[in-house]
Design a protein around this ligand. Structure first.
Ligand code: CTP
Ligand code: CA
Length: 221
């Protein structure tokens, strides 16, 4: 029964997955972050494990309990997530960048709590490393899958990211629609790879995760 419910299609494969938001410190008590819950990345890790994979999950700060059997590395900032991914990418067969990595961090980290002063204030931001692009640039890289969260022109931007970052696959998420994407239990994705595409229609994130992993398995062969 176990085998028919969960055909071990990823047996012997090592999957490295990022999940959740990152936290970019401003001062000792404040940070910049985003609305990611980590649910999609954790669903991918759980389903990959059920399909027989060895799973390493690099997780930003989330309120989901750790998954039994998944090697989880918790991080806060994009820099830390980048480092954890680079330390674990060598033996990965598949990399899935599901985290909502902050594109920018404060240019300077204040060592003491910033006091309020004027009626306006500005925080200068500087770019974070692009973890997904750096994985894709490696010579002996894993099968590399990105996510694209977009509010408009979803297909155009997703296909642009697939081509520009030279990915093997991208899962596009229309986050302008209610009840899919950030901080929800359900999702709907359109998946693109260089020779094709597939719509994964609205469903629970566990079910969408399973379908995405089946697509990855098909393209891996
Ligand atoms: N990503 C990453 N490191 C970053 C930024 C993004 O690894 N510093 C990854 C995400 O995990 C996702 C993919 O890149 O898999 C696309 O993220 P997204 O925010 O949609 O695209 P960006 O390339 O950051 O472009 P923009 O935010 O301008 O749309
Ligand atoms: Ca971004």
């Amino acid at each position: 029964i176990q085998a028919t419910q969960h055909p071990q299609i990823l047996e012997g494969k090592h999957l490295l997955i990022t999940a959740g938001p990152t936290r970019e410190a401003i001062d000792p008590v404040r940070y910049l972050t985003n609305k990611s819950s980590g649910k999609m990345g954790y669903a991918l890790a759980e389903q990959a494990l059920a399909l027989g994979a060895d799973v390493t999950l690099v997780s930003g700060p989330v309120s989901i309990k750790a998954l039994q059997g998944v090697n989880t590395i918790t991080v806060e900032s994009a820099e830390q997530m980048h480092q954890a991914v680079m330390e674990n990418v060598d033996n990965a067969d598949v990399f899935i960048g599901c985290a909502a990595v902050a594109d920018y961090k404060p240019a300077e980290l204040a060592t003491q709590k910033i006091k309020k002063n004027n009626t306006t204030m500005a925080i200068e931001l500087t770019r974070n490393p692009d973890i997904l692009a750096d994985v894709a640039k490696r010579s002996n890289r894993p099968f590399t899958v990105g996510f694209a969260a977009e509010t408009n022109d979803v297909a155009k931007y997703a296909k642009g990211k697939l081509a520009n970052k030279k990915l093997d696959m991208i899962a596009a998420n229309d986050v302008s629609k209610p009840n899919q994407g950030f901080n929800t239990d359900d999702n709907a994705l359109t998946v693109y790879w260089p020779e094709g595409e597939c719509a994964l229609t609205h469903g629970h994130k566990q079910q969408i995760a399973r379908q995405l992993l089946e697509l990855i398995h098909q393209q891996l062969k």
